[in-house]
Design a protein around this ligand. Structure first.
Ligand SMILES: [Zn+2]
Ligand SMILES: [Zn+2]
Length: 145
C-alpha cells in the first residue's frame, strides 16, 4: 500500500479552497466534490478534464486522473472521502458552488445553525431532515472567548 500523498498525487495541505477549480458529481451520490489544481485550468485543461471525467465512472474517494491520463499529476480530488462524507469545507470557502447547500443531501437555501456560528468560525449548512437523522453539523475553528 502506497502512502496516501503518493496515491492521491498531492499532499492534503494542497486541498484548500484557493486551489478548487471545479467540482464533479460522482455516480453514486449527488454531492459535488472539489477538483483541486495548483494552477488555474485553461480551456484546454478544462476540455481534457471533461474528456477524462466522461471516460471513467467515479465514486467518492476515487482518483480523478489516473496514471497515463493527460491530467495525471495536475488535478486532484480528496481520496479520504466516502459517499457518506459531508461536502468538503473547501467547497464552501471557494467560489465554485453554492454556500447554502446542505452538506449531506445537497438541499439548497439552508441556513447555518446560529448558535454554532457563535462558537465556530466555520459552520456548514445542514438541513433539518439531515439533522433529524443525527448527522453531525460539520464545523471548525472554535472561536476563543
Ligand atoms: Zn459519493
Ligand atoms: Zn440535508
Amino acid at each position: 500500500m502506497k502512502p496516501l500523498p503518493d496515491l492521491q498525487g498531492c499532499e492534503n495541505r494542497m486541498l484548500v479552497a484557493q486551489n478548487v477549480r471545479s467540482t464533479i458529481k460522482y455516480t453514486e451520490c449527488d454531492k459535488p466534490r472539489c477538483i483541486y489544481s495548483k494552477l488555474k485550468l485553461n480551456p484546454r485543461d478544462l476540455r481534457a478534464l471533461k474528456h477524462t471525467t466522461d471516460k471513467y465512472d467515479y465514486t467518492c474517494g476515487a482518483i480523478l486522473a489516473p496514471e497515463g491520463d493527460v491530467l495525471h499529476g495536475k488535478v486532484f480530488t480528496r481520496l479520504q472521502l466516502a459517499c457518506t462524507s459531508h461536502i468538503e469545507f473547501a467547497y464552501y470557502s471557494s467560489d465554485v458552488g453554492r454556500k447554502d447547500m446542505c452538506a449531506y443531501c445537497v438541499a439548497t437555501e439552508i441556513q447555518k445553525d446560529k448558535d454554532l456560528c457563535k462558537n465556530f468560525k466555520v459552520v456548514l449548512p445542514v438541513c433539518d431532515l439531515c439533522r433529524s437523522k443525527k448527522l453531525e453539523v460539520p464545523k471548525r475553528n472554535p472561536i476563543k472567548k
